[in-house]
Ligand binder design. Structure first.
Ligand code: AMP
Length: 292
């Protein structure tokens, strides 16, 4: 299963992505997390992104597209992934479409978490307080000033994706103002309705792409086995065909021979008849002469 979570900062994308990961056993691919890791490690990408991220702007499209392209090829992403924070612009969405097409991968759904903007600031404040409580380093861009800028870039550059995916019949909108577990349930119901996940069996819900692999393999095996007797029957039918051919040939040959024989007889009879009539004619002539 491959899904995109879409929503402004503070809409709960990260929280829901983690819950979905636990539920379906797929990986969360967060470009924000990857970029923060690159900044912390001081990689060339990190150096490029550091200032932009701190100011609430967007990192260039080619940088994030490159990161995602490499990441979705990793073995742990084989059974599916949740894209969190990517794509964020229309060119990124177009690049993703191309990437998935090239890799023969299908996108199951784009889930938009819709929230009231007025609630976002208090949500981000709660996130900051919780991170401090856990002793985690607080994000540099989680301040009211930077949040305002991040919201502005969401509105101008990311919101057009709602139209982009709705036009392509991929968009599902969920009320992100509900309690966390209610949002998770609503997403699950939506994924079930889309056929992206299997209904609960033996207490575990599975992403469809992984769960379907086994029955598909079995079906392929069965089809192969079914083809075998058909092949054998074809082989068995071959001698029968050739026998039929032989009989046909023999009949033709017999007909030909009979025709030839009949012709010979007719020729002989004709010859005899000619001889007889010649003899008769000769006799007649002799008799006439004798009379004279
Ligand atoms: P996030 O953790 O998703 O809120 O992302 C944090 C920051 O990383 C954003 O404010 C951007 O500066 C940068 N970022 C993350 N994902 C992208 C993306 N897809 N395109 C451009 N910039 C991104």
């Amino acid at each position: 299963m491959r899904i995109i979570l879409l929503g402004p900062p503070g809409s709960g994308k990260g929280t829901q992505a983690q819950l979905l990961v636990q539920r379906y056993g797929i990986v969360q691919l967060s470009t924000g997390e990857m970029l923060r890791a690159a900044v912390a490690a001081g990689t060339p990408v990190g150096l490029k992104a550091k200032e932009i991220m701190a100011s609430g702007g967007l990192v260039p499209d080619d940088v994030v597209v490159g990161i995602i392209s490499d990441r979705i090829e990793q073995p742990d992403a084989k059974h599916g992934f949740i894209l969190d924070g990517f794509p964020r612009t229309v060119p990124q969405a177009e690049a993703l479409d191309e990437l998935l097409k090239h890799k023969h991968m299908k996108l199951d759904a784009v889930i938009e978490l819709r929230v009231n903007e007025s609630a976002l600031l208090s949500r981000v404040e709660t996130r900051v307080a919780q991170m401090r409580e856990r002793g985690e380093e607080v994000r540099l861009d989680d301040t009211p000033e930077v949040l305002t800028k991040r919201l502005a870039s969401y509105r101008s550059q990311t919101e057009p994706l709602i139209h982009y995916y709705s036009e392509r019949r991929k968009l599902s909108t969920i009320d992100g103002m509900m309690a966390i577990d209610e949002v998770t349930r609503a997403i699950h119901r939506q994924l079930l309705a889309l056929g992206a996940v299997e209904p609960k069996t033996h207490g575990k819900t599975r992403a469809r792409s992984a769960a379907k692999a086994a029955p598909a393999k079995k079906a392929a095996k069965r089809a192969k086995a079914a083809r075998k007797p058909a092949k054998a029957a074809q082989k068995a039918a071959k001698p029968a065909k050739s026998a039929k051919k032989t009989v046909k040939g023999a009949k033709k040959a017999a007909k030909k021979a009979a025709k030839k024989a009949a012709k010979k007889v007719a020729k002989k009879t004709a010859k005899k008849a000619v001889k007889k009539s010649a003899k008769k004619a000769a006799k007649k002539v002799t008799k006439k002469r004798a009379k004279r």
